[in-house]
Unconditional design. Structure first.
Length: 375
């Protein structure tokens, strides 16, 4: 039975299938031009109730931990890529029977688990290219003293006896195709002795090819030329690019307080429901806001953290208690990071289909909160 928006209790996420398909069509275009395969980065988005929409467009999933590997294998299919910064023996036993590719973060991890894994999957190694495009140092894989990947001066030809692929992940929301191509040229020039003998290469995620007016043709041509030059199968690991601008976090104004500025308190919190807003100090965008509005408000959370606010913005009309606000672009790194801080109500998750029907994917209650803290 389809639901109606007016009956939904806040807070909740609502994912728009039509917007998701728009992004997926761009992914399909990129695949066609480049010959690259695309695997969904579950660290960004794991809401598997939407996977029936995504699966026809992508080639599988890539993971950062054992539970993601299992989720991708069970609910998505296709290729299952397993990567971790550090595998325990128990982790390896969990991912080994489920994975098509197992990628190690260090030479020591590869040496430790090689004998156990060499016949289970195609093995790969993460490389630190010492170049990156990332807006914030916190998210920069090539930052100083980075623990992510092996630097070039540690590689030896003997490595090729153990691995069939490399993985480079060095972008975070990179909207500049020329900046990406510069890194691609750097990799081609500096790692050609290895690339020419490998079977596959993952170039990671963070390439924002679904950004408005992004030159997909230019990116696709560069990837195709690279693949042909080194006779290698390329993979990309999009996360945010697939689900950007597909979901809102819908909240209600529950109070308005004043201390020099007016703050509208809403029934949600960045620390619990939209953590990257807090971590990266990236203000949310409100659909109902107006650039030229004359009524200014801080949109504050209902958590006890003093600095927990979503944004400061303007509206054409005064806000009122009970009013719903839509925090846009709330799919990536939100639902995968939900937590029970302050014992706040967890947002439900809804999926609005192309035909307008709204489906409930999940809802949470007190028993879910209680189970996370004890039997």
């Amino acid at each position: 039975m389809s639901l109606h928006r007016n009956t939904l209790n806040t807070p909740y996420f609502i994912i728009n299938e039509a917007s998701l398909i728009d992004n997926l069509e761009k992914a399909k275009q990129l695949k066609t031009i480049s010959g690259a395969k695309l695997v969904l980065a579950l660290k960004c988005f794991s809401t598997w109730g939407t996977f029936d929409t995504i699966k026809p467009y992508l080639d599988g999933t890539t993971s950062s931990g054992p539970y993601e590997v299992k989720l991708g294998h069970e609910t998505f299919g296709g290729e299952t890529h397993a990567y971790s910064v550090g595998y325990s023996t128990a982790d390896i036993e969990a991912v080994k029977p489920l994975s098509d590719k197992i990628i190690f973060n260090s030479l020591s991890q590869l040496d430790t688990h090689y004998e156990n894994c060499k016949n289970a999957a195609s093995l790969g190694l993460r490389i630190n290219p010492e170049m990156s495009v990332a807006g914030q140092d916190l998210a920069n894989p090539a930052r100083q003293y980075s623990r992510l990947g092996v630097k070039q001066n540690l590689l030896t030809p003997a490595l090729l006896e153990k691995v069939e692929g490399f993985m480079f992940h060095m972008n975070c929301e990179n909207k500049d195709v020329d900046a990406f191509i510069a890194i691609l040229d750097h990799i081609s020039e500096n790692f050609s002795d290895y690339l020419n003998q490998l079977k596959w290469l993952s170039l990671g995620g963070g390439i924002f090819f679904t950004y408005p007016n992004y030159p997909i043709e230019k990116l696709g041509a560069a990837l195709k030329a690279f693949s042909q030059k080194h006779n290698i199968q390329l993979y990309l690991e999009p996360g945010e690019a697939i689900i950007t601008r597909t979901a809102d976090l819908v909240v209600s104004v529950i109070d308005i307080v004043e201390n020099e500025k007016q703050t509208a308190i809403v029934d949600s919190a960045t620390e619990a429901h939209r953590l990257d807003t807090l971590i990266y100090n990236e203000p949310a965008s409100i659909r109902e806001a107006s650039d030229n509005g004359t009524h200014s408000y801080i949109i504050g959370s209902c958590s006890c953290l003093a600095g927990d606010t979503f944004c400061e913005t303007q509206f054409d009309q005064p806000l009122y208690i009970g009013q719903k606000l839509h925090l846009m672009d709330s799919a990536g790194y939100t639902m995968v990071k939900l937590n029970w801080f302050n014992g706040l109500k967890m947002p439900s998750i809804y999926y609005q289909r192309v035909n307008g029907d709204i489906e409930l994917l999940n809802e949470f209650g007190y028993e879910d909160f209680k189970r996370t803290l004890g039997k």
